[in-house]
Design a protein around this ligand. Sequence first.
Ligand code: ZN
Length: 206
Amino acid sequence: MSETVPSRFLFLANQPCLDFVNTEMVVQGWRVDTLGDFGDLLSWLVQAGLLSSDEAETARGRWAGRREAQKVLKQALALRAALREMAERLAMGKPVPPATVEAINEVLRHGVGFPEVVPTRRGFAREVRPESVNPMQLLVPVAEAAATLLCEGDLSLVRRCDNDRCILVFLDTTKSHTRRWCSMSACGNRSKVAAHQRRQRDRSGG
Ligand SMILES: [Zn+2]
């Protein structure tokens, strides 16, 4: 069963496309989807740094409540499902499913834009300015992040949290490559406490 709660996004995956997968999580035993509507999607994109607040406002004004918004949300959830499939398989040492590559390419196809030189604090930077005529464009940065992971990342470092009941995924960027938990506070400590209680029980012969 899944339900929608007001946006409570997690950014602990060290990779935007895996953070996107983590918009679905388990809270107190319930699978929770934080992407309930188009507005949630825009909020996530802004918090992830993949969309400016101005761009989000423009998108909201243009598409919220319309069929385009429904379509882009549907595509977002399909992309997320494909990315979850990929992350979970990689975490088990299995290859990337071809369907995930297809789903990424499907979104990348909507990437239309033009390069632009923009002033920065230290000089200038080259940026691709999207032409926001198509709301599918909103998902392109997520697909781009997935493309970066596939083309440049170390896929053997994609992990799923060691807590069986947790579905969060992440890229292990620790030097020793020994990260096991989504976060120490959420799952790491709980597991330590459980192990401690088990030991106590065993010791008392219970
Ligand atoms: Zn966890």
